[in-house]
Design a protein around this ligand. Structure first.
Ligand code: PLP
Length: 471
C-alpha cells in the first residue's frame, strides 16, 4: 500500500516512510491511497481476539512493508495489561441511561493519546534500528501531548526527546508527570514564557534547515499517520464489545479538538465497520460544531480561542480536518489546495452544498458543551452512577445525551481520567469527594524531578541539543 498527500504534490510513500513524517513536503497530510475493506467474515473472526491481536489484524492492512512477525511483536509489546491497566485495554461500560463509555485513558499518562503514542514509540524504534538512523524529537507542550510522547519514547534506542514547556504554567500533576522521568534520553526544558513562546522556539529551530538536518530534528504531532492508524483499532474494539452480531450498528461520540481521534473513526466507517453516526463534541471553542451544523469552516486565531476547563480541546484550527475534507471532496487535491489557501488567509470556507453528504454518507453530526454543561454532567453522572468523569469526557456525554435517537447505541470515548483535572471535579461535586487515582501514581508529586529552567531563547535550546548529541 502506498500513501499519498492530500495536496497531491508528493511522491507516493511506504508505511515505514510516512511513519517518520510530519507534514508532507507539499504542505498536505498523508493518507493511504485507498481504505482497505472489511467484511462479515473478518468481523466475525475478530470478535474474540485479544486487543493486540485485533491491532495486528487492522494495522497489517495498512503496514504492508513491515514483516508480519515484526509487527506482531510490536503490538504485543505495546498493548499489555501492564501498560494499560487491564486486559481488555479499552473496556466498555454502560451508564444508567444506556449511554456507553469506552475507556481509552488507562495508559501511563491517563489520557487517550497513550493509545497511539505507545504504538508510535515502539514502531519508531523498530524502523530506526532497522535503518540504523537517529531521531531527535523536539516538541512544545502545554501538558498532555508532551507527556504522552515522553512516556512512549523513554529509554528507546536511537531517540532523544527535547520537550519545551512553559515554566510554572502546568498543573502540579502535569509537571510531576513529565519532570519525574529519569531516563537519559528525555530532556525536559522549562522555558520562562508561555506555551506560544515554546512553540515559536520549536518553529525557529525547524526553520534552520542546516541545524535540522545535521541534528535529525523531528516532531511528534497529531498529524502523524502512525497515530491515526493505531486509533482506528479501538473503534473496532469498541464496536465488537458493544454488539453481538454484525447487523447491529453503533454510534461514537468523540470529545474533539484537532480532529485526530474522530478522523480514525471516519476511516473505520469507510473501511466498512457498521458505524451509524460519528458525533463530534466540542467545548466553547466550537469551530467544528459550527462546521457540522452549517457547512461553514471559520478557523480562529489564538486570540479568539478560549481557555476552558476542558483544555485539551481548546483548539480553533483542527490540524487533521484536511484528511476528512479530502474524502468529502472526493479526493480532489486541487479543491484542497483552493480551500486551504482560504484557510491560510484566515478566511476559511463554506461547504454547505456538501452538508447532506457529510450527514448521510459520512454519518457526521455534532454538538457543543460549555463550562456549566460540563459541571452539570459530572455531577449528574456522579449522582446516578457513582463515578467521576473527566471534563472532556463529560462534554462528550452531554452532547451524546442531547443528540441521541430512540434505540441508538452511542459509545462515548473517555479521553482522560478525572484525577488529571481535580480543580474542575471539586467545582462540580464539592471538595469532600475522593477522586480515584491508579495506585502506581499515588506518590507522583513527591518523586524527584529533573528539568532545566531557561530563559526564552532559541540559541540556548540549540546549545542544549548540540551538547547532548555531540557528546
Ligand atoms: C487531545 C485530547 C482531546 C482531543 O482529541 P483530538 O484528537 O485533538 O480531537 C480530547 N480530550 C483529551 C483529554 C485530549 O487529551
Amino acid at each position: 500500500m502506498k500513501y499519498i498527500s492530500t495536496r497531491g504534490q508528493t511522491e507516493p510513500k511506504s508505511f515505514s516512510e510516512v511513519l517518520l513524517m510530519g507534514l508532507a513536503p507539499d504542505g498536505g497530510l498523508m493518507l493511504p491511497e485507498y481504505y482497505p475493506q472489511v467484511d462479515e467474515i473478518m468481523l466475525n473472526n475478530w470478535r474474540n481476539l485479544s486487543y493486540h491481536n485485533l491491532a495486528f489484524e487492522i494495522i497489517s492492512l495498512f503496514a504492508d512493508d513491515i514483516p508480519a512477525e515484526d509487527l506482531h511483536d510490536i503490538v504485543k509489546r505495546t498493548y499489555t495489561e501492564n501498560v494499560f491497566g487491564n486486559k481488555a485495554i479499552t473496556p466498555v461500560r454502560t451508564l444508567y441511561d444506556g449511554i456507553k463509555i469506552q475507556a481509552l485513558s488507562n495508559g501511563p499518562t491517563l489520557a487517550f493519546k497513550d493509545m497511539a503514542m505507545q504504538f508510535l514509540g515502539n514502531a519508531f524504534e523498530y524502523v530506526l534500528n532497522k535503518e540504523n538512523k537517529q531521531l531527535n524529537i523536539l516538541g512544545a507542550t502545554s501538558g498532555d501531548t508532551g507527556s504522552a510522547a515522553e512516556y512512549a519514547l523513554r529509554g528507546k534506542k536511537g531517540i532523544n526527546v527535547f520537550m519545551l514547556s512553559p515554566n510554572g504554567k502546568m498543573s502540579a500533576f502535569q509537571r510531576a508527570q513529565m519532570y519525574s522521568l529519569q531516563d537519559e534520553n528525555i530532556i525536559n526544558i522549562a522555558v520562562d514564557g508561555m506555551f506560544d513562546d515554546c512553540q515559536d522556539i520549536v518553529k525557529a529551530v525547524q526553520n534552520d534547515t542546516n541545524f535540522k538536518e545535521q541534528y535529525h530534528i523531528s516532531t511528534v504531532n497529531s498529524i502523524n499517520w502512525g497515530r491515526i492508524v493505531a486509533q482506528i483499532v479501538y473503534y473496532f474494539a469498541g464496536y465488537l464489545r458493544a454488539t453481538e452480531s454484525n447487523d447491529q450498528r453503533v454510534s461514537f461520540c468523540v470529545p474533539s479538538g484537532n480532529f485526530g481521534n474522530i478522523c480514525a473513526g471516519h476511516i473505520a466507517k469507510q473501511m466498512g465497520l457498521p458505524i451509524e453516526r460519528l458525533i463530534v463534541a466540542t467545548n466553547e471553542n466550537d469551530v467544528l460544531d459550527q462546521f457540522f451544523q452549517t457547512g461553514e469552516y471559520r478557523p480562529r486565531n489564538a486570540e479568539h480561542t478560549y481557555v476552558t476547563s476542558s483544555p485539551s480541546m481548546d483548539i480553533s484550527k483542527a490540524s487533521n480536518f484536511e484528511r476528512f475534507i479530502f474524502d468529502v471532496m472526493e479526493r480532489d487535491s486541487n479543491e484542497i489546495e483552493t480551500l486551504w489557501a482560504e484557510v491560510s488567509t484566515g478566511k476559511g470556507f463554506n461547504l454547505s452544498f456538501k452538508l447532506e453528504a457529510i450527514r448521510e454518507k459520512f454519518g457526521f453530526t455534532s454538538g457543543k458543551s460549555t463550562h456549566a454543561n460540563r459541571l452539570e454532567t459530572i455531577k449528574a453522572v456522579f449522582n446516578s452512577d457513582n463515578e467521576l468523569l473527566d471534563p472532556h469526557t463529560a462534554d462528550g456525554v452531554k452532547v451524546a445525551r442531547e443528540v441521541r435517537r430512540e434505540g441508538e447505541t452511542i459509545i462515548c470515548m473517555e479521553t482522560a481520567l478525572a484525577t488529571k483535572f481535580e480543580k474542575t471535579i471539586y467545582e462540580a461535586v464539592g471538595e469532600e469527594v475522593s477522586i480515584p487515582r491508579p495506585d502506581a501514581l499515588a506518590d507522583l508529586e513527591q518523586r524527584p524531578q529533573r528539568v532545566m529552567v531557561i530563559p526564552n531563547s532559541e540559541t540556548i535550546v540549540k546549545t542544549i541539543i548540540r551538547e547532548k548529541i555531540d557528546k
